[in-house]
Design a binder for this molecule. Structure first.
Ligand code: FAD
Length: 480
């Protein structure tokens, strides 16, 4: 028990319910807490996610009494070097099942001395990818049977860990000068937030904030969880947990939530369990078919006819900026820019609009989402996009073309969501806000509202006619 261990944090930026920390404590009395600022992960992330990550690292460092060693570089070099310098006995991680993470961990493992194992304990999921299998032993391709088997499989109780589970080594007193450079707190923030001048308003980062958010959602007065099953599709009501950024970075583990829900059979708890099953399902799909990060789950859709050229680029630009002339789409895209987050129902509506009304490829929208989402997660994002585009894991996607007007009227019946994010439309009361072209008797009737010629002033008329584009989309699907 004399040699220290390394606890290498990645997507598990917390100290409670952390099985890899428990495993480290079984082998060593002391441990060094390490996070590697790996360019390959940080670079594609976009300002909301890197800014949130900086906050999570700051919070973790504070919880560790200032003993989190952050090093910039390639983990394949950094981790073996630390092992060498400190005569470490073992390196502990939560298992990463993404395509990049798996390859990185194999390379780190190969670079470690044979006597020092990379020990993978736990993962960011309630049930790790690859565990839930059909009777024939293969992966599930469709959600509902996956969920049934996932519920039957079950999960471990939370690991009883915390800040005192091991003695944390102080990097400043044990690292020889000149060999490994510790990136200080201020420098971490600077490195990660350098492009964040237009950053979104993000939630408070870290484990404490995650637990507070979860408890408020679970226990609040007339608790949000009690209303969740009824209201979760209503973007005007703010009725979802908003836990996704915390789950993304592991400030909170889904098992902690599921454990708290264990005795509950009410609709709210049942629905939330189901949503967490979606998260595990998509991770499972990506694990078995890593190529689906880029290509369709249903590969024939890769031959789909998409629009390209200057008009398509202009349409994409209007979508990105929230200026399509369809209020619910524009509200969602503006929420994304303002908060780095968008309501799930609205994610589906804007994704359907991009793929089926603008006829642009799903991966173009998915890439934009990954740049701007604070919860951007390869498995949930790429497969959420594919589900909507029709090339994903859904059994009957062909006829599902979301009508942006009726979706708005149905899920934002008060119109409050649109008015919150589209100030140009605040003068239109109630759900009439979803059809602004009717407001003053016709599409071009009111210049103040529809002044598309004067830069970004005024609200634009619809850039396409939904009914016409729906016919085009269905015809292109049929041609496949
Ligand atoms: P809640 O409704 O409170 O749900 C609780 C948790 O369950 C979420 O935090 C999330 O971890 C999980 N969850 C809920 N719905 C889904 C779902 N459909 N798929 C997978 N997990 C789900 N989610 C991400 O975490 N990252 C993404 O990059 C992402 N991209 C998406 C892209 C598209 C086009 C679509 C349609 C969905 C995407 N989702 C993504 C899923 C979902 O929109 C978000 O998880 C959800 O909006 C987060 O808000 P919440 O925490 O309040 O959700």
């Amino acid at each position: 028990m004399n040699s220290p261990a390394i606890v290498w944090f990645r997507r598990d930026l917390r100290l409670s319910d952390l099985p890899s920390l428990s495993a480290a404590a079984d082998r060593a009395e002391s441990a060094l807490a390490v996070f590697v600022l790996d360019d390959a992960l940080v670079r594609p992330s976009g300002a909301p996610r890197t800014t949130f990550l900086a906050g999570c690292l700051e919070a973790l460092d504070a919880d560790l009494g200032g003993r989190l060693l952050v090093v910039s570089g390639d983990p394949v070099q950094v981790i073996p070097e630390l092992v060498d310098v400190l005569s470490v006995d073992s390196v502990h991680v939560s298992e990463d099942f993404g395509p990049y993470g798996r390859a990185r961990d194999e390379a780190v493992e190969a670079a470690l001395p044979a006597s020092v194992p990379l020990i993978r304990t736990g993962s960011p999921y309630a049930v790790s990818p690859g565990r839930v299998r059909t009777k024939a032993g293969g992966p599930y391709r469709v959600f509902t049977p996956f969920k049934r088997a996932w519920l039957d499989h079950g999960w471990h109780s939370p690991a009883l860990t915390g800040p005192d589970t091991v003695d944390w080594l102080d990097p400043d007193s044990i690292l020889p000068r000149g060999r490994i450079e510790r990136v200080g707190r201020a420098a971490v923030a600077e490195l990660l937030t350098e492009e964040a001048s237009d950053a979104a308003a993000l939630p408070v980062a870290g484990e404490k904030a995650a637990l507070e958010r979860w408890r408020a959602f679970r226990d609040g007065g007339t608790s949000e969880l009690d209303r969740y099953a009824d209201d979760r599709n209503r973007p005007d009501l703010d009725a979802t947990s908003r836990l996704s950024p915390y789950l993304k970075f592991g400030c909170l583990h889904p098992r902690t939530i599921l454990h708290d829900l264990r005795a509950r059979t009410d609709d709210g708890a049942t629905t939330l369990r189901s949503e967490l099953a979606w998260r595990d399902f998509y991770a499972d799909v990506l694990f078995h078919r890593p190529e689906t990060a880029r290509t369709g789950v249903d590969a024939k859709f890769d031959q789909m006819e998409y629009d390209s050229g200057p008009d398509a680029d202009a349409a994409f630009d209007a979508w990105c900026r929230g200026r399509t002339g369809y209020p619910i789409v524009d509200a969602g895209m503006r929420q994304l820019l303002a908060e780095g987050w968008m309501h799930n129902r609205v994610r589906m509506i804007v994704a359907s609009f991009l793929t089926k009304d603008l006829h642009l490829p799903w991966w173009r929208g998915a890439r934009y989402f990954m740049t701007h989402l604070v919860d951007g997660d390869l498995a949930s994002n790429q497969h959420g996009w594919q589900w909507t585009a029709g090339c994903g894991t859904d059994a009957a996607p062909y006829f599902r073309v979301f009508n942006p007007v009726s979706q708005g009227e149905r899920f934002d019946p008060s119109g409050d969501y649109v008015r919150r994010w589209v100030p140009e439309l605040r003068g239109i009361a109630g759900k009439a806000v979803h059809r602004p072209w009717k407001h003053a008797g016709g599409r071009t009737a009111e210049p103040a509202l529809f002044d598309g010629t004067d830069g970004d002033r005024g609200y634009p008329p619809p850039i396409v006619d939904h009914a016409e584009e729906r016919v085009v989309a269905l015809a292109r699907y049929r041609d496949l």
